[in-house]
Design a protein around this ligand. Sequence first.
Ligand SMILES: Cc1cc2nc3c(=O)[nH]c(=O)nc-3n(C[C@H](O)[C@H](O)[C@H](O)COP(=O)(O)OP(=O)(O)OC[C@H]3O[C@@H](n4cnc5c(N)ncnc54)[C@H](O)[C@@H]3O)c2cc1C
Length: 440
Amino acid sequence: MITFVPDPGLLESPRGRDWPVLPAVRSAAGRPPESADVVVVGAGPAGLAVAAALWHHGVRDVVLLDRDGVPAHRFFRRIDRLGQRVLRSPYEHHPGVEGYRDCELLDFARLHWGLLTPVERREIRMAQAGHRSVVPVDVFEAYCRHLVASHRIGERLWRAEVREVRPGTDSVTVTGAGFTTTARHVVLCTGEQRRDAPDDWWGGGIAPPGVGYWDEPVPAGSGGLAVIGAGLTAAHLIADGLAAGRRVHWIVREPGERYQCADVNSAFFRPEGRSRFESVGRRDRLELMARYRRASIMFEFRPSLQRAEAEGRLVVHRGLAVAGIAAGPRVRLADGTRIGADHVVLALGTTPAAEAALLPPEVAAARDGWPDLDERDLSYRRAPRVSAVGAAAAMVLGPAARNIDGHRVATARVAAAVTAFLRRGSPVQETARERVMTGV
Ligand SMILES: Cc1cc2nc3c(=O)[nH]c(=O)nc-3n(C[C@H](O)[C@H](O)[C@H](O)COP(=O)(O)OP(=O)(O)OC[C@H]3O[C@@H](n4cnc5c(N)ncnc54)[C@H](O)[C@@H]3O)c2cc1C
C-alpha cells in the first residue's frame, strides 16, 4: 500500500514578507455612524467576505464593527500565537466573492511568484492541477489586505465592541460603548470562542496556576509541557514545545490521534455534501455534525510527532479522558495516572461565539445550542433583519460553515438576499412580518 506522506517542509513557510499590495484606503476613525444600510459585526474572514460581496452588489452604505478594529486580527493573532505558518484550507477555499471575477487567492499568489519559496511554488502547481495544496499564512494575510483595499473595506471599518443587537420592525439597533447605529439589516460574523474546560476538572472558574488555554502565551522554558486535545492546535503546541527542547505529554481522549487534510469530511465543502446535509432533519444534522466534524491533525505533522514519540521526547496518553487538574500543575487521567508538568495547555477546540448573547433571548431562539436560521438567507427566523455567517450557520450549511470556504457559500446567500431587500424593500420585510405574525 502506498501511504501519502506530504513533505513536512510545507509547514515552514516564511512569515512577514514585504508584499506589494494596493494602496491602503484610509481607515475609519472616531465613532461609528448613527445609521447605515447594513452593519456587519466582526471583521474576521467571514465579515470581510460579506463586506466584499456587498461591495460587488453595489451596496456601499456598510459599516463594519470589530472589537480589534483591524481586518482578521483575531484570526492572525491566534495563528501566530501557535506559530502556524500554513493554512489548513487549500487555495480554492478563499475568502473572495463567489460569482464575481475577482483576483482570487490563487491568482494573488501567482502574481507574487518571485516572493515564493520553491516549496510554496510547488503547492501552487498542485492547486492548478486540482490537487490538495497548502496556503502560506503570509500569502493569506497579504491577500486579506488586498481584499480590504480593493473593495474599500478599510474606510468602512470601525473599532467597536458591540454589546447589543436589538431588532425592530423597520430597523435594527446596534449598541456598544458610546455608540448606537441603526441599520436596515445586520449580519453577525462573530466567529468562535475557545471551548472552556468542564467545571469538574478543577471546580470551575479561573484555571489553576500553570494551566492555560491554547490562545494564551505559553511561558518560555525547557520544563515539561502537557497538552490536552487532539486537534491541529494541540499539534502546533506540541511541535513548539519539542522545538524548545521540552519533554511533552500529550493527552488524547480518543483511542488515537487522526491525521487528515481537514477536520471536516471533504464532501461537506462541495455542493453534494451540503445538499445531503440540507436534505435531512435537525436530529440527523446533529448526528452528521458529530460524525463528520472531528478534531484531527495535518498529515505533515505525522513524521516529526512519531519520531519524537519513538525517541521518548513525546509521551502520548491515548484513549484516556482527563478526570481532574490540580495545582502543581498535575493532570489526573481516568485510569488514575498522574502527569506532572511545568505547564499544562488546554487545546479543547472552539464553539460558536456567543452571538446569541447580543440578541434578545426570544430572537436568538437557540435549539440544541444552534441558532434557528432560515435556510434560504441565513436570517434569524424571529428577526429576518439579522443574519449570521460563519460557525453559527452550521445547522444550515453543515460542518464546513465555520471554515473559510463555508463563509463564501454563506456570503453568497446572505449578500444576495440583503441586496434584494435593500433594493426592493418589500420581500424580506413582508416575509419578516409573516414570520413574526405566524411565529414560525
Ligand atoms: C488557529 C486556527 C487556525 C485555523 N485555520 C483555518 C484554516 O486554515 N482554514 C479555515 O477554513 N479555517 C481555519 N480556522 C477556522 C477559523 O476560525 C475560521 O476559518 C475563521 O477564523 C473564522 O472567521 P470568522 O470571521 O467567522 O471568525 P473570526 O476570525 O473569529 O472573526 C470574528 C471577529 O468578530 C469580532 N467580534 C466578535 N464579537 C464581537 C463583538 N461583540 N463586537 C465586535 N466585534 C466582535 C472578533 O473580534 C473577530 O475579529 C482556524 C481556526 C483557528 C483557531
